[in-house]
Design a protein around this ligand. Sequence first.
Ligand SMILES: [Zn+2]
Length: 460
Amino acid sequence: MSTLIDRALKDATDTTTIVTGPGVVSETGRVFTDTFGGAACILVADENTWSIAGPQVQESLQRSGVRLIEPFVFPGVPTLYAGYENVEKLRNHLAGVDAIACSIASGTLNDITKLASGELGRPYLNVCTSASMDGYAAFGASITRDGFKITRNCPAPAALVADLAIMASAPKRLTATGYGDLIEKVPGGADWLVADELGIEPVDEAVWNLVQPPLVEALSDPDGLAAGDVSAIGKLAEELILSGLAMQAHQSSRPASGAGHNFSHQWEMEGHGLDWEPPLSHGNKVGVGTVASCAVYDLLGGLEVDAVDPHQRAAEWLSPEQNDARIIALQPLPAIREAALQQSRDKYVASELAVDRVRLIKQHWSAILRRVAPQVMSAADIADKLRRAGAPYHPAQLGIDLNKLKLTYFQSQTIRSRYTIMDALFELGLLDQVVEALFAPGGYWAETPIPTEGLLYPKD
Ligand SMILES: [Zn+2]
């Protein structure tokens, strides 16, 4: 798979070097001097990541003759929070030193360092400490400001050192969260196929090939991941890095994010779980969103799309004002509402084009079913894989009840202009019916027992 990473680096705009493998932390010094020449280095860590890899990284840099200045180390307790105040704290410190940051980090601290360095116009290097998300090689950082999670633009790291032995020794909940982030690429890929089939957003083959062909293999050993198996965690880690590179090459998160991610984004923007200790992770929410999305894909084959009448749909089509009103009713929080209105207007189809749009989906429906069938997995299969990996697979484990989950199906459809299966169903007038079916007797959510194990919230 490392060959794939090397190939992906050719199309990457920011990242020039990635080394992966067990023990590669000893190459940090060489990577630093190859990338930044004779620049001085400031190590950035928190107390947890420092204890995992700090001394090894420091030694490698010293052996390569890199001039090190005093490290910047955040406290380990409480868990470091991806808040903008931490970005400012680090940025203000970095502004006073003439050195390139080398972060020893996974999601949160990598994002903090990425944005702090980006705001100073400086490159940086990251030594990865867990296989917990796909953002290592991605541009942009997910940061919370005023209680809301937002994505800020900033360049991806110039170099990454992914020592698989270090990543395998990370706490298991971090590996489980990476698994949740990765598994959404299954229905997320299907969403892209839907958009491609309808001519709305073509699949970029080169980028698709970075993420999708190795995906099934990378997801194939949840038991090994739960057991801390280095080979299983290595496959997960490399596939997460490839997803980040795919986003970097595509300059969007489309290759790595579909409707399942939107469930997570909705909860994230609402601030759900951000104040827990440790905070509810991105990948935990995305995993549950993946089950929710796949439960919809499970029902596609049984829908009577032939019976949808384009003229009747056009007659009941929402005007722009009615569509805005729908979104305002779904999104009571002002900051989310504003964003959702903008995103939904971007994908709104005008009434005079409604007949054509519905006809288009009907004409391509059998092709959609044929193309997504080999791509998707059933909701039950996804839930089983997540459970074996030690990840949440039911919203109750995240402190989200079924009423809120049901509402999230409709809310999450509004927050991104990116076209997914939810939009196709919405335009066909079938989204309500599909969601109702999932919660009615016989439906996936009605029939799935509420787990009494693996509850992240409420805490015992
Ligand atoms: Zn993600």
